[in-house]
Ligand binder design. Structure first.
Ligand SMILES: C[S@@+](CC[C@H](N)C(=O)[O-])C[C@H]1O[C@@H](n2cnc3c(N)ncnc32)[C@H](O)[C@@H]1O
Length: 298
């Protein structure tokens, strides 16, 4: 496993990710409610420390009055392990008592709520390995994952969802970053945004990066699925979520250093040198708008 997400970053973005499109969440809940069964099985792909589960679970519990099994699949062992503790803490704040599962094949939690049983299983593995072993799937969810994937992976996921007559719901899929400032010239800020987008696939050529929203729509269309999309936008300035702001600034700064090393010539049209970019990023005057798409298909 090459890439590892920082737990502090995933905690910092929990609040930002509440920007999920409210229309699509309501549509998801309405669709799940129509599926009359004793128990639903939901899968969360690239579950990280469990943020998407913590966001969706209380909403689904309120709308769908049946037993639930959740399979949270995360490839990074550090995140998969920490997710148990993180979910327990967040659920306890919401008034749920989640008990650690014992004598089960995989670690997880159990919740009893108004005569309903909710099982949560954590699978530390690649979702491409786990999905073929799951035979029932009512909802296949993800948050902030699609831009990291390849065309083949997304095609597999939507095909899997269709085969299981499941509902596919992927939120916070990266589109672009706009940077604003009262001090700096707009074309320079646009150039930093564009270089940051390009950096996402610099060392991962197969990745969809900011093309993922178009690709999701195209594959869903080819598979004759009904699909809908919405926007989820982060607005970040240094004051309202300082931790998330600092992380984003650091990630953009690292990306600029990398891009400068590899393509210093393309910088010349915009910047004197890398110092100029460092100066802009350290100016404390920036505001970021990070645009994403949310996507629903069935
Ligand atoms: C940006 S993080 C988002 C985490 C979480 N969904 C959230 O909303 O906070 C993307 C996650 O996808 C995981 N991931 C990427 N490819 C994966 C794969 N093939 N199988 C399982 N997890 C994967 C990464 O390890 C990472 O934890």
């Amino acid at each position: 496993m090459k890439e590892s997400f920082d737990i502090r970053w995933l905690i910092a973005r929990e609040q930002l990710d509440e920007a999920r499109s409210p229309t699509l969440v309501s549509e998801l809940l309405a669709l799940l409610e129509q599926r009359k069964k004793d128990r639903h099985v939901y899968i969360d792909l690239g579950s990280g420390i469990g943020n998407n589960f913590v966001y969706l679970f209380p909403k689904i519990l309120e709308s769908v009055q049946i037993h639930q099994k959740w399979v949270l699949i995360e490839i990074d062992p550090k995140l998969a392990e920490y997710s148990l503790e993180h979910i327990q803490k967040r659920l306890s704040n919401l008034g749920f008592n989640a008990q650690t599962r014992t004598n089960t094949a995989y670690p997880g939690l159990n919740i009893e709520h108004s005569s309903r049983k909710i099982e949560i299983e954590i699978r530390n593995n690649d979702f491409m390995e786990v999905l073929p072993t799951i035979k029932q799937c009512d909802g296949i969810f993800s948050n902030a994952v699609m831009d990291l994937l390849t065309w083949n992976q997304v095609n597999y996921l939507l095909t899997y969802s269709k085969k299981h007559k499941s509902i596919f719901y992927a939120t916070l899929n990266y589109r672009n970053t706009t940077i604003n400032s009262t001090k700096f010239h707009h074309p320079k800020l646009s150039a930093i945004g564009a270089l940051y987008d390009a950096h996402m696939i610099l060392n991962h050529k197969e990745r969809l990066g900011n093309k993922c929203c178009e690709v999701l729509k195209k594959i869903a269309h080819d598979l004759q699925l009904i699909s809908k999309d919405g926007r989820s936008v982060w607005k970040l300035d240094p004051n309202d979520n300082p931790s998330a702001y600092m992380f984003l600034l650091k990630y953009i700064g690292n990306a600029m250093e990398d891009m400068y090393k590899k393509f210093s010539d393309i910088f010349f049209g915009y910047f004197e040198n890398i110092e100029e970019i460092r100066g802009i990023l350290e100016s404390d005057s920036l505001m970021f708008e990070v645009d994403h798409c949310d996507f629903l298909a069935y």
